[in-house]
Design a protein around this ligand. Sequence first.
Ligand SMILES: Nc1ncnc2c1ncn2[C@@H]1O[C@H](COP(=O)(O)OP(=O)(O)OP(=O)(O)O)[C@@H](O)[C@H]1O
Ligand SMILES: [Mg+2]
Length: 367
Amino acid sequence: MLSSLPNGSRPVVLDVQDLRVHYATPRGDVIAVNGISFQVYQGETVGLVGESGCGKTTTAMAILRLVQPPGRIIGGRVLIEGTDLVPLTEKQLREMRWNKLALIPQGAMNSLNPVMRIKDQIGDAITTHEGKQPRDVLKGRILELLNQVGLPARVYNMYPHELSGGMKQRVCVAMAIALNPPLIIADEPTSALDVVVQRVVAQTLLDVKQRLGVSMILIGHDMGLQAQLVDRIIVMYAGNIVEIAPVREAFKNPLHPYTQLLIASIPSIKERKPLKVTEGLTHDLRNPPPGCVFQFRCPYAREICRSLRPQLKAYGVEHFTACHIYENPMLYENSAPIATATRPATPGALYASDLMKEVDPHAGAAA
Ligand SMILES: Nc1ncnc2c1ncn2[C@@H]1O[C@H](COP(=O)(O)OP(=O)(O)OP(=O)(O)O)[C@@H](O)[C@H]1O
Ligand SMILES: [Mg+2]
């Protein structure tokens, strides 16, 4: 469905189709990723946003087939340049990872081996996939990679503890681009860094994207940073995609009430304040409600939102959302409102403070 777009003329690097990931728990399966579909085109950066626990990391890990038990991929396809990763053997997958797609994991800088010099860590990433090579050739490549991420040559001989957080993060970017993969997934690459260093790492990612023409998925909370770095934005809520839009369009004309809340929670894009959403998911992912996943927090929820799950559909060029306000305007209009927190008068007038108000999921009376 999502491929019949103007964008469809550009080469697709990643095609995720109806991906489902569950975590088994003693009290039932947590539905962490609930049938999501999206594409990433050559040379573009796609932002994946949504609050803690909505399934961003699980999506990234599933794309790389790195979901660990008790998690498992229940269904779907993950096509990288046309090859589906889901049915591949572990050996075939190892060839694809780093070559075809590289991950900068959440908290990547802490995943560097503390007792290995940077040259050996980057060198290992290369030789594991390409086999042994002459020392001076390998050294030249590592120095060039360090240069590409804006690190001085002296880092070559250093240990991780001798580097700042931002430098370590840039080493992780260097490792990700080492084999020149067409796709890099960066999971919160700038969180846990201070604001100045965040900008340096963000700039590094931009440089890498522009010079290497690599496609990227950038996972993050910081909508301001996303505004500066990504071409399109994917908004997730409780394991589902609720909106996909070109980034300018997402900020100018957000359709889904959740996206509106996310954007309203940054006072000014220029200030680049990190997103502060403290309320958290409102339902148990083991037992999602019928109807819309956002119904308990949505200021516009009506009876139809309780019973019928809205589908992700196009409303404009490359702009998709899953919301009855657009999908079923007549049914929505004729449906009784559900009592929630104080309702803003117009869809545009949502404020971060609305997120803090208690929304009683069991309130049934009309407002
Ligand atoms: N091992 C596990 N067992 C059970 N549930 C899990 C497990 N790992 C993750 N989950 C659940 O899956 C959901 C998605 O988690 P995930 O880590 O993908 O979220 P996220 O969007 O990356 O969050 P964050 O922004 O905090 O990194 C969460 O609700 C989480 O509780
Ligand atoms: Mg995460």
